[in-house]
Design a protein around this ligand. Sequence first.
Ligand code: BV8
Ligand code: ZN
Length: 246
Amino acid sequence: MIEITDELRNLLNPDSAVAVLTGAGISAESGVPTFRGEEGLWSKFRPEELANVDAFMSNPDMVWAWYQHRREIINEVGPNPGHHALARMEEKIHDFSLITQNVDGLHRRAGNKNVYELHGNIQRNKCIDCGKFFDKLPDEASDKVPECDECGGKIRPDVVWFGEMLPQDIIHRAFEVAEKSALFFSIGTSAVVQPAASIPVMAKQAGAYLVEINVEPTVITSYVDLFLQGKSGEILPVILEECGLA
Ligand code: BV8
Ligand code: ZN
């Protein structure tokens, strides 16, 4: 039984400014592996081995194959009830912002529009030399890094790797909406990767009621106003129901 506080019930209404930060946990029930769980993508590898420029430059085919593997998984799955609940929230709440660390595109597929993809999107690729974007790849299935048809440069996933800056316009908009929110949800994130992990803290410091939804406590759990332990795909629909937004 999840405990919906009066504050949450009062704040989750169509006229509140609501913002959400999601991480890999919200896609777990869709079948997309998280990063740090036991079956996590990185249980076999470590972030520094794959999600950074040096790894790509020193072993491009291995990094490229890892992203192809992840794309295959993502292309096989769909949004789960947690994603759909957030899409429903955006339909019902006039001022709703969804900030995500995920690169799987599942929030948009569930119907959310006002989505801030802090770390890019795994379905988009770009040339590392001339920056040309590629929505379609020369050979969709190849595990070899494709080459740019303009300049011959290597093509990489359009995601933010460790050590790379986040898109400045997006991160600043995310800070803004967090700071003006009356209610902020941190959902399915271990809250360790910066600067994304500081966003829920900023929201609370600016006066938001901070709710965390996670199957286990995280480094911010002791700081939040309400910790709802459990699967986001199960908890979010209940919250909508209890707050009359279903
Ligand atoms: C930058 C895209 C600087 C690519 C990703 C030392 C201290 C502090 C910071 C640093 C440091 N050393 C380096 C840094 C900076 C570094 C960082 O934060 N490192 C960490 C590891 C300490 N950050 C960066 O490098 C960032 N850039 O700082 O640039 C700069 C400044 C100026 C000029 C140049 C550079 C860039 C970070 C972005 C990296 N890219 N992803 C890709 O996807 O391949 S990170 C990747 O991991 C995700 O995008 C996500 O952001 C991150 C964390 O993962 P989560 O989403 O939280 O997932 P995780 O598996 O960890 O947790 C899942 C959670 O869900 C768990 O809590 C689990 O319990 C829960 N869960 C599971 N199932 C469910 C569930 N919850 C609910 N329901 C369920 N069913
Ligand atoms: Zn090019």
